[in-house]
Ligand binder design. Structure first.
Ligand SMILES: Nc1ncnc2c1ncn2[C@@H]1O[C@H](COP(=O)(O)OP(=O)(O)O)[C@@H](O)[C@H]1O
Ligand SMILES: [Mg+2]
Length: 251
């Protein structure tokens, strides 16, 4: 989950898509944002570096399983972030180990999961690159903000560039609307602009819903807290669409 912009619904999509994927497979959700919002979406808060992703990035001998929070939701384990991740990343950047750090940290865990969902912060900086370097596929989102279309275009260029550098082989599997306001024209205009870019626009549009901010307070993504709602159905459909786009299930 990646975008050059913040506040566009990335963490909400990551949490709900992870919960949706966990209905049919074992999922690890990984927070690669020092603002630690993905963990908070499930009510998980790390106390410091030692019980969060930073510990694994900093010291390759730390037992990854000991840092993972098990069964935070049905079928779903979570590797939380903590603000100290910022300092760990700065340190690793200085020694040259940052780009491959997330990939190295997750390697011992991969055999236990069918899907790993990584959430990143709203930039295309070095920590985001470390997450992309660990990923097979990248999903991005747009909203009614025209800047979010530009964000998707920039992300596509960023991936292209880092594939050239052989920092990653991840491909952009989809661009989805994370906050679709049926009444407003703006999101429609942004979708129209994106359709002309040739980027892989997904058909699922997550509706604007008051249930989403409430779910953060309730510490349960809507897929879990309001499973029969329209917005939960949209996240489940998005997860299905991503599985098809990544080739994990046939169309
Ligand atoms: N479909 C939606 N309907 C209503 N509010 C949403 C929706 N998706 C996200 N939000 C709200 O938008 C804000 C930003 O979402 P978030 O997922 O944290 O974005 P990001 O991770 O890109 O910064 C949050 O307050 C979240 O509750
Ligand atoms: Mg976020």
């Amino acid at each position: 989950m990646c975008s050059s912009k913040g506040g566009v619904g990335k963490t909400t999509v990551a949490a709900n898509v992870a919960a949706a994927l966990a209905r049919s497979g074992r999922v690890l959700a990984v927070d690669v944002d020092p603002q630690d919002s993905l963990g908070r979406a499930f009510g998980v808060v790390a106390k410091g570096r030692d019980d969060s992703l930073g510990a694994l990035l900093e010291d390759g001998s730390v037992e990854a399983r000991a840092v993972v929070r098990h069964a935070v939701a049905p079928g779903l384990d979570l590797l939380p972030a903590h603000p100290s991740l910022e300092a760990v990343a700065t340190q690793l950047a200085a020694t040259g180990g940052l780009t491959t750090s997330v990939r190295r940290a997750l390697r011992p865990l991969l055999g236990e999961y069918d899907h790993v969902v990584l959430d990143t912060r709203g930039d295309l900086g070095a920590l985001t690159l470390a997450a992309v370097c660990a990923a097979d596929s990248v999903l991005t989102v747009f909203t009614s903000d025209p800047g979010s279309a530009l964000g998707a275009v920039r992300l596509a260029a960023f991936l292209e560039q880092h594939r050239t550098y052989e920092n990653t082989s991840a491909v952009l599997v989809g661009v989805a609307c994370a906050v679709w306001d049926r009444q407003g024209r703006a999101a429609r205009d942004v979708a129209g602009a994106l359709a002309g870019t040739g980027l892989p626009l997904l058909s699922t549009r997550v509706p604007l819903s008051r249930r989403v901010p409430s779910s953060v307070l309730a510490k349960r993504p809507v897929v879990l807290s309001s499973p029969t709602s329209a917005v939960a159905a949209a996240y489940v459909a998005l997860a299905d669409e991503v599985l098809v786009a990544t080739g994990k299930v046939p169309a």
